[in-house]
Design a protein around this ligand. Sequence first.
Ligand code: 6R9
Length: 652
Amino acid sequence: MSNGRESDTPEQAAESSGRRPPTSFVEQANAADESIYETFETTWPDCWEAAAARLAWDESYDTVLSGDGPPFEWFAGGTLNASYNCLDRHLEAGGKNRVAIKWESRTGDTRVYTYQDLSREVNEFAAGLRELGVEEDDVVTLYMPNIPELPIAMLACARIGAPHNVVFAGLSADALATRLESAESNYLVTCDGYYRRGNPVLLKRKADDARLSVDHDIRETVVVDRLDGDTHLGETQHDYHELVERHAGAAVDPVERAANDCLFLIHTSGTTGEPKKVKHTTGGYLAHVAWTTETVLDLGPADTYLSTANIGWISGHSYVVYGPLAVGSTVVMYEGAPDYPEKDRLWNLVESNAVDVFYTAPTVIRSFMKWGSEYPAAHDLSSLRLLGTVGEPINPRAWEWYHEHVGGGRCPIVDTWWQTETGGMMVTTLPGVDEMKPGSVGRPLPGIDAQVVDASGSECGPNEPGYLVVRRPWPGMPHALLDGTRWADGQSVPADIDGWFYFTGDGARRDDDGYITVLGRVDDVINVSGHRLGTMEVESAIVDVDHVVEAAVVSIDDPQAEGIYAYVTVEADVTGDDATRKRIEDRVRERIGPIAIPEEIVFTPDLPKTRSGKIMRRFLENITNGEDFGDTSTLRNPEVVGELESIVRNRT
Ligand code: 6R9
């Protein structure tokens, strides 16, 4: 099938002709039968038994879904343990010598844990947590980087029914303190420090500062020795390795948890506003992530999988730890950054471990593009058979680059839309069933009712922009939606609309085939002469120009000089010049219209991003409009804000 690239813009190509996954992929896919959509629709909600059947239950459930409106409950009456599902049952099925986690440190040393090894250490640490007084339902906060002790601690908590509350290690002491308080957590596991780009980051120091500023008592702290230094341990602080050694060979019975019991708490990364506390269930969540890992990421016990997600965010919880281990795959983890020590770090990992499924984010793909295709080209990536992306809209040009330079033109790509709140994937393609349309995430997964609606809750027509909502419960939904609590953004049950639904906070449109294109957060909408434009549409047109890598647009907040300001990064070996400016203007005129042509195009080496890699347009708005930009500590690269401010000031 033609992809229409010669004659069409990528967007038109996406609308008109999708791409079939290659037959070689379809023949081996875990889900290859198109009738799954229909079957799930006609048997909803019982269809979700297919997901529950991926798990081992201690007590089987009585009902699949109870409640016509909140409170809902998934798999009521059922009991299970998540660590049993990720460990013991694989040992019982003869998988004890299969590698569960292979971890590479920033210096290239590796640690390999078979399912047996992982199970042993999880049991020992679970016994250690019990020794420190942790009981079922106590919240244990884990403030650690991507080291094997993090998934071990998560599974140890799950084993004893203590919800974990992972805080991304790049966050500050204040952010940790806020999250310890919001989770009412009395226990903390951290490490002395870790390496970032070759430099040690002293994590325990931040953890100690946080402890001092928390209102309640942090009873016990466990510290993993990662830097091999002499760390001073206070009275209620314990060395991880000593604690585990004290419990060598311990066997801790997995605690039976009700399906609706909490497995973990997590706080959203948040491009706008305050972080939101999200509480996930044991049964529904695990069923949702195990099922999507199998059908969308196409993983099983024979696979070796690499994700660039940090375990501190939901992508790491669902698709580094719980999903892949529940289906018994081998997970490759690495410490540090994708470009340290070299820009081919990941391709080296793919080649040396024969990784077959790779999952990353558009922000990382755009960095790959900026660094150049010679890095993937220098490695044998023929083991790869499926690629995935998550976190932000991916523009068609980045999609094509990923497809060609990483996937060798042969691997299907799953563009997976979901959120911290949804627990697992919601809108994407089943890679063995569906066509792919670059730039569009795909259809709602079987059993998921995601729709684009207007402000009154009515469905929008084809290609009309609106709000992305979910209109039926799904197994991975969090407690706040199960019990009907209102959230500051992403509300359920707006007062004036009939029936239950969840508003995701994203804008989207849907084409004639039901494929959804996500336009970004609805708060990321710009207003030009009374026209509301999605930032994503303008940015997508800009990054369609050769050599442009990334773009963020904001509006100028001045009635005398209304218009758009565009911040643009280009490939490493080119400079943004007037010819590039002209090409950008032409492309925007052609794709959207003269109204969207930027007043100013500022070339910049980088854009301000959250720690999880999402562009923070708020700071660009402040810079553009000469406003105070306040606290930049939530950014991964706060220095960029100052640099951009001086570029912009010198222009005006
Ligand atoms: C998993 C994760 C959620 C927000 C979401 C949306 C954006 C995620 C996307 C995507 C376009 C995709 N998003 N996946 N936008 N295409 N494939 O990222 O969770 O950190 O909670 O962010 O990310 O805006 O609402 P989270």
